[in-house]
Structures are given as structure tokens and as C-alpha cells.
Design a protein around this ligand. Sequence first.
Ligand code: SF4
Ligand code: SF4
Length: 91
Amino acid sequence: MAHKITEECISCGACETECKNEAISEGDTIYVIDPEKCTECVGIAEEPRCVEVCPIDDAIIHDPDHKETKEQLLEKWRKLHPGEEPAPGSF
Ligand code: SF4
Ligand code: SF4
């Protein structure tokens, strides 16, 4: 399941550089996550990096409209990072 940024976002920008999939960008009013690139940090880290650095509770949540299995998320990560190996413990 991809993650999604809610209206609670204060546009601090902390999450953008943490996303190694380059899934996060600044939107018109809040930051946004591209569900085609968010792997819930499968392939990258044990826990979602954006959620860990975000200073606001509930600004980044699971996106109920983009439900995916761990296998699908890992496949998405492999397409984004051809030739690389996923980080240990990240899937
Ligand atoms: S959960 Fe990971 S991959 Fe998804 S937007 Fe956050 S940092 Fe990027
Ligand atoms: S870290 Fe949280 S508050 Fe800051 S831009 Fe990202 S989602 Fe918004």
C-alpha cells in the first residue's frame, strides 16, 4: 500500500529528501506522494522513512486507494532501481 500525505501537512519539506524513490514532491498547498513510486519503503528501509521524519502526526497515512502486497511493492522497487539489491530487512 502506498502512502499518502494529508491536509495536516505543514509543507516543511523534511520528507522529500528522505524518499529514495523520489516519490515525494511539493504540491500546490501540501507535499504529495506519487503512488506509482511509493513502495512503502520496501527495498529501502525497515520502516517508512517519510513517516519517521515527519513532525506531524497523521500527515502521512496509508493510501486506501492503493493497496499492494509486499511482493508487488518489491517488484515496483526493482523497476525503479534496476540492477540494485534491496536493503536487508526492508522487505
Ligand atoms: S513510504 Fe518510503 S517510498 Fe513511500 S513516499 Fe515515504 S519514503 Fe518514499
Ligand atoms: S515531513 Fe510531514 S509535514 Fe513536512 S512536508 Fe512531509 S508530510 Fe508535510
